[in-house]
Design a protein. Structure first.
Length: 264
């Protein structure tokens, strides 16, 4: 949501302001004056406003010149940052106090039923997303023999672990929902998961037989199809793996789930 981005920007500018304040406070008093000879600039330290020329800064004391230059830069930058902080503060307050969703919830129920809301809550969005009908993968239904905590049947114990992890984390998901990657072609990702905050879907594919050469060929074919559709691993896709010597370990992937599906 935009208010989260505004708050993040406000926090970032606050840190910048603190750094600028530190550069101002730790620099020597006075200002920097620079003249130029035919070969290089010459630096002077004007310790008071009445000191027009200033004291020559030797090359061994060049750090003083840097501090004075940084201080002047920090003062000018801080004016801009403080102005933006004030503006962001007012904007955040406006978003907090004028929530369009609260306008609807403050109406009586009879009126609410007559209104089509412009903005809905994350919870309502997730509910509507989950209720959207879809035709699942109809291939090999006899392989759907493992039950998840959510009550659906999946094809492997590892998929049960993934489904139950998503459920535990509060991440809405659909099992083997269609992804139409071209006009005439469809893939069925193992899981289509929803980031409720950004309202963006992420596809999760589990590859459980990576020790099989034929299976790896299928993996690369699917990989090419996803990439041709413009999807990027780590942004739109999460791949999980196992083979006969490396059993599935959900802890390896849990952070990926949290980064892509629980953060704005």
């Amino acid at each position: 949501m935009i208010i989260d981005e505004l708050r993040a920007e406000y926090a970032y500018l606050q840190e910048l302001s603190k750094k600028m304040e530190n550069d101002i406070n730790t620099a020597p008093p006075g200002k920097l004056r620079i003249t130029r000879t035919t070969s290089s600039p010459v630096y002077y330290h004007r310790k008071t406003s009445s000191d027009v020329s200033g004291e020559y800064i030797k090359s061994s004391d060049r750090g003083i010149a840097r501090q004075l230059a940084q201080k002047d830069y920090a003062k000018k930058s801080k004016l801009l940052v403080e102005r933006r902080l004030k503006y962001l503060q007012e904007l955040i307050r406006d978003y907090e106090n004028h929530d369009m969703m609260s306008i609807l919830t403050n109406c009586n129920p009879a009126r609410q039923r007559l209104i089509s809301p412009y903005i809905i809550s994350n919870e309502e969005y997730a509910k509507q997303w989950l209720e959207e009908p879809f035709i699942p993968n109809s291939s090999y239904p006899e392989h759907l023999i493992f039950e998840t905590a959510n009550g659906e049947l999946v094809r492997s114990k590892s998929e049960v672990i993934i489904a139950d992890t998503l459920l535990r984390l509060g991440i809405p998901y659909k099992y083997e929902a269609p992804f139409h990657y071209s006009k005439f072609s469809t893939l069925y990702p193992d899981f289509t998961a929803l980031n409720v905050i950004t309202r963006k879907v992420v596809y999760i594919e589990h590859f459980g037989l990576m020790h099989s050469e034929a299976y790896r060929d299928s993996f690369f074919d699917k990989l090419r199809k996803y990439y041709r559709a413009g999807l990027v691993q780590g942004r739109d896709l999460i791949f999980t793996y196992e083979d006969d010597r490396n059993p599935f370990d959900i802890s390896i992937y849990k952070k990926n789930f949290e980064e892509l599906l629980l953060k704005g």
